[in-house]
Design a binder for this molecule. Structure first.
Ligand SMILES: [Zn+2]
Length: 543
């Protein structure tokens, strides 16, 4: 394997030489080309690109047309589209949610104090006095000898848990991964684990650092509908209700019971923490509006020459939030950065592959999954129903939230340390005079938050890499202010618009060239990228 790796590196260096086929093809990637795509994808005409809406039809047809224009073939048996059978559930909480103990009653309003949704395809969910149980971080992790559910019977009860994992709060890198979030820290994991224990409901105590975002994000999610892959059991393997408590309401609940959240968090960080009943209960009622429908993944392939059954894949989700709550007179959630710029990134990479005079031996796929924003639904469905099995899919390069801030000195790798892809990215970054760096905010668990994770889950080495920390022109501080501005004022809000006067797409063009270079290297070699042996995904590739 080492030997192949050496050959690949040699090939990468050689092919990047001036005048080479690869170098020529790579010049097809430009800021202008990116702008053409994103000006469309982020425009009001695409209506916020929400699954099941008119905006979906417009978006998927546009993407298929663009794949065709750049010279790709349909990926799904002559079809550009893969139908993804889904359920849309829109949950409405009836009246107040009440927390009752012997001494007092507390009324909470959704979505301001508590952000509730129900993932079950059942129209009326009525919860009467379900006992609240505090289960620490809600983690069962045998490798850390931790079981927050040990000794607890939570069947039919409501589990209250903390976000993230103990590593974040203790910075102890021998217990979990220090400040870097493990999958145990993700809300999706906590919902899954509570359901495995038969809980009726699960509530996460919101905390901005641990969640990686403000309470406004789950609050908004509670007001928009949720999407799931259709299952035969009405999703009864999930809890009846799931949700978040705002920091303020959590404090209110716990202080009435004689606790405070900070102390509880501290004690939950202990290795020998034990959960306990809060001797209080929750009552609520939810109406679910359920719609069965199917959404669409879009993909194109450029077939390889001698090893066409092997493939590398570039992904960028197409979906966003459609029309929603008005802010500053704007109700269209255009998602120009989330994820218009990344779709443009993928299409520009595709252009370069199609422009090669000598086709790579291996196939290249560009996949635009649906419903990423709803829990990676489209990419999960794709990996369960793939065109190329996991054993023949060498690598996934995904992007999301590519900010138009101009050329960057860094290449920030989210999930750094997981696989061989890091070394290849580093070579390509060096060629551009850039340095690679681990995502400094790895506590937010970004590696588990976009479509590459669906590929990682089935064992395919996956990368999420972009310049995000140091502008070549304006330095680190400026970049951090700009990133913060986006995350605070535009992320998942109607203000995520295409702004040609303010945008500089040169950095995204450079990111695209880099991802093309690495993909070119893999697609023209026999190299088989591996996970590092300590990665939690090292042994997942089974088919
Ligand atoms: Zn996104």
């Amino acid at each position: 394997m080492k030997n192949h790796f050496g050959i690949l590196i040699f090939l990468l260096l050689l092919s990047a030489c001036k005048g080479s086929d690869m170098e020529q093809a790579r010049t097809k990637i430009s800021a202008r080309g990116l702008a053409q795509y994103v000006s469309k994808l982020g425009s009001d005409g695409f209506m916020g690109r929400k699954p099941f809406t008119e905006g979906e039809k417009i978006t998927v047809n546009y993407l298929a047309d663009q794949l065709k224009n750049i010279g790709f073939e349909p990926a799904f048996d002559g079809n550009w589209f893969q139908s993804v059978p889904m359920i849309e559930i829109s949950s409405r909480v009836n009246g107040a949610v009440t927390i009752n103990s012997n001494k007092s009653q507390l009324r909470l309003n959704s979505p301001d104090d508590i952000a509730l949704t129900s993932p079950q395809t059942i129209e009326n969910i009525v919860i009467k006095e379900s006992e609240l149980v505090f289960a620490g971080f809600g983690i069962v992790a045998p490798e850390y000898l931790r079981d927050d559910y040990a000794g607890l019977d939570v069947k039919g009860k409501t589990v209250v848990v903390l976000i993230n994992d103990p590593g974040l709060y203790t910075s102890d890198s021998s217990y979990f991964r220090g400040r870097e979030m493990t999958y145990y820290g993700r809300w999706t994991y906590k919902f899954e684990e509570a359901a495995r224990h038969g809980a009726a409901g699960v509530l996460i105590i919101h905390e901005t650092e641990g969640a990686g975002y403000a309470y406004s994000i789950p609050r908004k999610k509670a007001m928009t509908s949720g999407f799931y892959i259709q299952s035969a059991d009405s999703n009864k393997t999930m809890c009846s209700f799931t949700g978040w408590l705002s920091a303020e309401s959590s404090e209110k609940i716990f202080s009435k019971l004689g606790y405070n959240v900070a102390d509880l968090r501290k004690s939950a960080c202990n290795r020998n923490f034990r959960g306990f009943s809060l001797s209080t209960s929750i009552s609520l009622s939810i109406n679910n509006k359920i719609t069965y429908n199917s959404s669409t993944n879009v993909a194109g392939i450029l077939k390889g020459t001698t090893r066409k059954d092997e493939c590398i894949v570039y992904t960028a989700h197409w979906d966003h939030f459609g029309l929603g709550e008005k802010e500053n007179g704007d109700s269209i959630y255009n998602g120009a950065v989330d994820n218009g710029t990344s779709m443009a990134w993928a299409l520009e990479i595709g252009k370069s592959f199609a422009a090669l005079k000598r086709r790579p031996q291996r196939s290249v796929m560009i996949l635009f999954p649906t419903a990423e924003e709803q829990g990676l639904v489209g990419s999960t469905y794709y990996t369960e129903h793939p065109v190329f099995p996991a054993t023949k899919t060498l690598a996934c390069f995904n992007n999301d939230l590519l900010l138009p801030l101009g050329r960057m000195k860094d290449l920030m790798i989210t999930g750094y340390g997981q696989s061989d892809l890091d070394s290849l990215l580093e070579i390509a970054a060096k060629e551009q005079g850039r340095y690679i760096i681990k995502d400094p905010d790895s506590q937010t668990g970004m590696f588990f938050r976009s479509d590459h994770f669906s590929f990682a889950k089935v064992g395919i080495p996956s990368s999420y890499a972009r310049g995000n920390l140091e502008s070549r022109k304006n330095g680190k501080e400026w970049t951090s202010v700009m990133v913060k501005d986006y995350m605070t004022n535009k992320y998942h809000r109607p203000a995520d618009n295409y702004e040609p006067d303010k945008w500089d797409l040169e950095g995204i063009a450079e990111d695209a060239k880099l991802a093309f270079t690495v993909g070119y290297g893999i697609s023209t070699s026999t190299f088989f990228p591996r996970w590092n042996s300590r990665s939690e995904f090292a042994n997942k590739r089974t088919r």
